[in-house]
Design a protein around this ligand. Structure first.
Ligand code: NAD
Length: 472
């Protein structure tokens, strides 16, 4: 069977293919020597396999691409898969919590755009018909972070395959075994419905050397780098078309016109989700003086523990901050684990540790990625906005504001210029969860593509038919 006559599958047939793939593969982490489906010993082999797969994939119909996306969604939503991915992610990376990781993967399945995202533009007139077609780049190198080990691979897979590409993943080494498991499973699911083998590949050892070799490989047409500033800088230096999805340090601004109890609950919901791992999560609060006492009170009612003792704050800082970075040992840990380690006697229902600090305190300025939130008092909303911009470090990533003053909301949005700007909601509303819009786990601030989706992974091509098909 050639790919041109790949089977047209019903939903039930896709479900059976997913079930077959699940039945044929064990769930234990795999040793390198056993790895075959999409997993390669070196970069050249992984890229060559993806290149061959992409060439075959070009012969498939758009309908078949839709079936591929449907199969991936179905695979994710199998309850055992959701559970396994979440548990293993927490176990292997030591970060986040199972409940929220299940939700994150579920949202990927339900809210990531597929083939429908590839909208053709057209002009017709006396000279004929011209369309802009969104065509694949070819082989994409996708580098993924430890903070969303399965979410990014799954979300990228849906968008990149919907767009007609093949992908070589380079995941973070701390999630290596789970990534191998996932890429193998996805390949098994896809080959079960007749897709070319190796549309999704990875190198068994995702070292920095291998990732660098991948990013500079001649057959890689596009790099999608999701991670910290070092990764994005390296990817941009490759000279290839790069989508850079980098770090953030999202501030939450609260002014005196906000509905304070709701603002407190929203901030707590956003900043505790998956133990603050999402790059979009609230990382510090700037509140106007007039609203600060009430906000802190409402936050403590909603599960925050307020650190008042300077000695406790000092111990916390020494534990979680390493120079200008977060201590990786505490990234994605729960508030209680962090409190215990810092010798802070927080009650067992504590969801986040908060402390009033000055603006330049490290727990405000450093992207901590853990449920620890500095609260900074500003004299008025103008100062709050100015300070929020300072905390965001020009990453242009995410910011939230709680206010009923349209002028203030507008001013903040204009000045901070973040890719995601949520007004009066938790940060995850900006990912389509409790807010309108689709989800992605690759938010391209530095290179400006914004919330990536299938169309981001395409080239715009103009197709011109001269002198015909204008029927107006
Ligand atoms: P990280 O930068 O340490 O690692 C990300 C990936 O890049 C990993 O696969 C790692 O192995 C690789 N890597 C890192 N430096 C490299 C280099 N110099 N050369 C080659 N490969 C390199 O980030 P992390 O700790 O895995 O993830 C957390 C960071 O990612 C945070 O800063 C967070 O804000 C950011 N992030 C951004 C987004 C987004 O969409 N913008 C999404 C998730 C995470």
């Amino acid at each position: 069977m050639t790919m041109l006559d790949a089977p047209e599958l019903t939903a039930a047939e896709i479900a059976r293919a997913v079930a077959r793939a699940l039945g044929t593969l064990g769930s234990a982490p795999v040793a390198y020597s056993q790895v075959t489906d999409g997993i390669f010993g070196d970069v050249d082999a992984a890229v060559a396999a993806a290149k061959a797969a992409q060439k075959a994939y070009m012969g498939c119909t758009m309908k078949f691409r839709r079936q591929i996306v449907a199969a991936i969604r179905e695979f994710i939503l199998v309850p055992e898969n959701l559970q396994y991915m979440a548990e293993q992610a927490v176990l292997q990376t030591g970060m986040g919590n199972v409940r929220d990781k299940i939700l994150k993967n579920r949202y990927v399945a339900e809210l990531t755009p597929g083939v429908e995202d590839l909208v053709t533009e057209a002009w017709s007139g006396d000279e004929g018909l011209t369309t802009i077609e969104l065509s694949p780049f070819g082989v994409i190198a996708a580098i993924t972070p430890v903070t969303n080990p399965t979410e990014t691979i799954l979300c990228n897979s849906i968008g990149m395959l919907a767009a007609g590409n093949a992908v070589v993943f380079s995941p973070h080494p701390r999630g290596r075994d789970l990534s191998v498991w996932l890429v193998r499973r996805l390949n098994a699911v896809l080959s079960g419905i007749g897709a070319p083998p190796n549309l999704l590949t990875m190198v068994a050892e995702p070292t920095v050397e291998n990732t660098t070799a991948l990013m500079t490989h001649r057959d890689v047409a596009m790099i999608v780098a999701t991670g910290g500033p070092g990764l994005v800088r390296t990817a941009l230096a490759s000279g290839k078309k790069t989508i850079g999805a980098g770090a953030g340090n999202p501030p939450a601004v609260v002014d005196a016109t906000a509905i304070i109890d709701k603002a407190a609950r929203d901030i707590i919901a956003g900043c505790t989700f998956d133990n603050n791992l999402p790059c979009t999560s609230e990382k510090e609060v700037i509140v106007v003086d007039a609203a600060a006492d009430l906000l802190v009170f409402e936050m403590t009612k909603a599960g925050a523990y307020l650190i008042k003792e300077p000695a406790e704050l000092k111990r916390l800082e020494e534990l979680v901050v390493m120079g200008r970075q977060a201590n990786p040992d505490w990234i994605g840990k729960s508030a209680l684990e962090i409190a215990r380690a810092a010798g802070i006697d927080a009650p067992s229902n504590t969801r986040v540790l908060i402390a009033e600090t000055d603006l330049m305190h490290p727990i405000v300025q450093v992207e901590l990625m853990m449920p620890v939130l500095g609260i900074v008092r500003a004299k008025d909303v103008d100062q709050a906005i100015e300070w929020a911009i300072l905390c965001e470090h020009g990453f242009r990533h995410t910011a939230t504001m709680h206010s009923t003053d349209v002028g203030a909301l507008t001013k903040m949005g204009k000045l901070i210029q973040t890719t995601i700007y949520v007004k009066n909601g938790p940060s995850f509303a900006g990912l389509g969860v409790g807010g309108e819009g689709y989800i992605t786990f690759t938010i391209a601030g530095p290179t400006g593509e914004g919330l990536t989706s299938a169309r981001t992974f395409t080239r715009r091509r103009r197709c011109v038919l001269v002198g015909g098909l204008n029927v107006r």
